[in-house]
Structure formats: structure tokens, C-alpha cells
Design a protein around this ligand. Structure first.
Ligand SMILES: NC(=O)c1ccc[n+]([C@@H]2O[C@H](COP(=O)([O-])OP(=O)(O)OC[C@H]3O[C@@H](n4cnc5c(N)ncnc54)[C@H](O)[C@@H]3O)[C@@H](O)[C@H]2O)c1
Length: 354
């Protein structure tokens, strides 16, 4: 069984951070949603910092209710403290906390269709509970994981989309439980900064991918990988012309840590890779090049399990993170897909999807 990530990727993230990693020397970090895809990377990166970079180790407290974390979520590494907890309930921590990463959420459209109330509540009540906890600690940084979905289906004149774009969202639509709750989560972070001085920062990730995405995650790349490994035709929903950009996990985690350490308080940052913006049909063709063989495709109707109204285009304007944080994605789509597929060949069974 493959591990949840590539050790070379963890080292790559640490190298990108360089001396900045030393800011975590002797610090305690609370990581909510730490058993998820991004959370497991944060754990591994902090574990690597402790082994290879920091003279005095940082302490990580991982909190997760395991609602969507699957079998990989059970494999917490590096001996950090784990608190099984649903953050929709208040949380008390009996030791000093220096940084908080609020990554708990229900991120896959499949799961937010399945758990709409849990999705809404983790981003709103859950985030408020963690912000309330933050007030009791001498915090240096609080990072909330928002989403590119807060922009909804953007007007094409606002693609690539900057942080200043206000979004085009239906509060009644099938995706509202996710999109609207992330928006409210951001509002809470802004208010807790204004009223109580909590040093909040917000990241808006644009389709992060990489080794460690669960086969049963149902986002597009795990879906495609599972079908390739199971020798099944790729299923493309609708006309296949809807576009996305994809940000490889090492670029993304290096960006998120920069937001946590250096973002303006009460500010939001797009974290993604704007190039290339590809349709789902293009993505399948690029995967063919990576795999080195033709991949049969089927255009199918959107399944009932997938929330309708998906955005037609999604591409970040990352100028703010580039200028203010020195953020720079470096892994090409071909290179990232090659690393992801190499890992998935070991980790996936190909039997997940019918
Ligand atoms: N990965 C991406 O491309 C992406 C894009 C946009 C936004 N995000 C946001 O980033 C965060 C992390 O994303 P991810 O890809 O790691 O998702 P993930 O689903 O893999 O991980 C989220 C984790 O949060 C946990 N969780 C959910 N509800 C909880 C609750 N009430 N209490 C405690 N734990 C809870 C889940 O069990 C899971 O382990 C999420 O908030 C997601 O909405 C991610």
C-alpha cells in the first residue's frame, strides 16, 4: 500500500519555505481537519520540520471527526496529538496555541450533496467555535480554508478571478451549502479580526490535487485515476467544456503556509496555478500524454450524486499572493499529473467507481 504522500514532495515543500520554517520553532499548531487530504500534508510537513529543520520541535495538535477522511485519514503519522472532535461542538485546548489552521470542511461536491447541513455547519458554527477558542490564546496566525467556490459561476469578464470579485452565487442552489457557508466563514474571520484582534487570514484554494487524494473522494482527478486504473472509460459530465485550473499539492501547501505566516490580517488570498486553464476534455487528453496511451471517453449526464450548477470556468488571478507573499507555483500540470498517477497506480484499486 502506498503512503499518503511522496517523501520527495514533503522535502520540496520544506525547501520552498526555507528559513521561514524556523518561525515554527517551539510553537504549537492546532490543525482542524487534520485527517483530510490537505491536513495530512500539513502533518507530514511539520513532522519533516521537526526531523530536519527545527532545533526545538513544533508541537502539532490534530483535530478531526473523520467524517470524510476515509482509510487514509486513520493513518496519522509523526506521533502528534490527535483529538477526535466535531468542531460544530465547542473545543477547549488545555495548552498554549500559537497558530491555528482551520481546514475542517466537507470539500468534495459528492459529500456536500450527501451531507448538506454538516457542510454548512462546519464552515460557519465550526469556524466560529475555533475563532472563539483562538481568542483565548496569544495567537500569531489563524488560517481559514475558504474556497474558490465563493466566486460561484463567475462572469467571464472576471476570469482570471481576483479576490476583489464579489461572486455570482445562488443562495438556493444545490451548491449553496458549501459556497454560502464558506462566504460566511470568511465574514466571521473578518469580524473576529475587527472586534477581537484575532490574526485571521483566509486562503481560497483552486483545485488542489496530488498524491493522497482518496479514491472515494469523487473529485475529478481521483475519479479519472480510478477509472484509468480499472481500465474503464473516463466519464466526463455534461459537454466537457467546463474549465478548471489545477494546483499541485507542493505549490499549494507552500502557498498556504505563506498565507498563514505573512498574510494581511482579515485578508483573503487566491492560492492556485492559473496556467493552464483546461476543459475536462483537455484534461483527459493531457492525461493520455502522461499515461502514454489513448484513454476512451464517455460524455454522460450529471449523476444525481453530483450537485448541479457547476461553475463553467474557474481560474485564479494570483497577483495578490505573488506580490504580497512571494507565492509562485512551479510544478507544471504534466509533471504534477505524472507524480499523482504514479502514486495512484500503487494506492488505488480501480474498483471504486461503477
Ligand atoms: N483540496 C482542495 O482543492 C480545496 C479547494 C477549495 C477549498 N478547500 C478547503 O480546504 C479544506 C481542506 O480540504 P481537503 O481537500 O483537505 O478536504 P478533505 O475532505 O480531504 O478534508 C477535510 C477534513 O475535515 C474533516 N471534517 C469535516 N467536518 C468536520 C467537523 N465538523 N469537525 C472536524 N473535522 C471535520 C473531515 O473528516 C476531513 O478529514 C476544506 O475546508 C475545503 O473546503 C480545499
Amino acid at each position: 500500500m502506498a503512503g499518503h504522500c511522496l517523501e520527495t514532495d514533503i522535502k520540496e515543500i520544506a525547501d520552498r519555505l526555507g528559513e521561514e520554517a524556523r518561525r515554527f520553532e517551539g510553537q504549537t499548531v492546532l490543525l482542524c481537519g487534520g485527517a483530510g487530504f490537505l491536513g495530512r500534508y500539513f502533518s507530514s510537513v511539520f513532522g519533516y520540520f521537526n526531523r530536519a529543520v527545527l532545533a526545538s520541535p513544533c508541537r502539532l495538535i490534530v483535530c478531526d471527526n473523520l467524517i470524510t477522511s476515509g482509510k487514509l485519514g486513520a493513518t496519522q503519522a509523526d506521533g502528534f496529538r490527535f483529538i477526535p472532535h466535531d468542531i460544530i461542538q465547542p473545543l477547549q485546548i488545555d495548552e498554549r496555541i500559537d497558530y491555528i489552521i482551520q481546514a475542517a470542511g466537507i470539500a468534495s461536491p459528492y459529500y456536500y450533496r450527501k451531507y448538506p447541513l454538516e457542510t454548512l455547519e462546519v464552515a460557519t458554527i465550526g469556524t466560529k467555535n475555533i475563532l472563539t477558542l483562538a481568542r483565548q490564546h496569544p495567537l500569531k496566525g489563524f488560517l481559514f480554508f475558504s474556497s474558490s467556490e465563493i466566486y460561484g459561476d463567475p462572469d467571464p469578464r472576471h476570469v482570471p478571478t481576483p479576490e476583489s470579485y464579489r461572486g455570482n452565487i445562488s443562495c438556493l442552489g444545490p451548491r449553496a451549502c458549501y459556497d454560502e457557508s464558506k462566504r460566511l466563514g470568511e465574514t466571521l474571520c473578518t469580524i473576529f479580526h475587527q472586534l477581537y484582534g484575532v490574526p485571521t487570514r483566509m486562503a481560497r484554494p483552486f483545485n488542489v490535487y496530488g498524491p493522497g487524494m482518496q479514491e472515494a473522494d469523487y473529485r475529478v482527478l481521483p475519479n479519472f485515476a480510478s477509472r484509468i486504473i480499472g481500465s474503464k472509460p473516463l466519464h466526463i459530465y455534461g459537454h466537457g467544456k467546463q474549465t478548471r485550473t489545477f494546483c499541485y499539492i507542493t505549490d499549494a501547501i507552500a502557498g498556504f503556509l505563506r498565507v498563514l505566516l505573512h498574510g494581511g490580517h482579515g485578508q483573503a488570498y487566491n492560492i492556485g496555478n492559473p496556467s493552464p486553464e483546461v476543459s475536462m476534455l483537455d484534461l483527459a487528453r493531457i492525461l493520455e500524454q502522461v499515461i502514454g496511451r489513448p484513454l476512451p471517453l464517455e460524455l454522460i449526464e450529471y449523476p444525481d450524486s453530483y450537485p448541479a450548477d457547476e461553475p463553467q470556468r474557474r481560474c485564479p488571478d494570483i497577483s495578490k499572493a505573488v506580490l504580497q507573499l512571494g507565492y509562485k507555483p512551479q510544478v507544471s500540470l504534466q509533471e504534477g499529473l505524472s507524480r499523482f498517477m504514479g502514486w495512484a497506480q500503487q494506492a488505488y484499486t480501480g474498483s471504486q467507481l461503477s
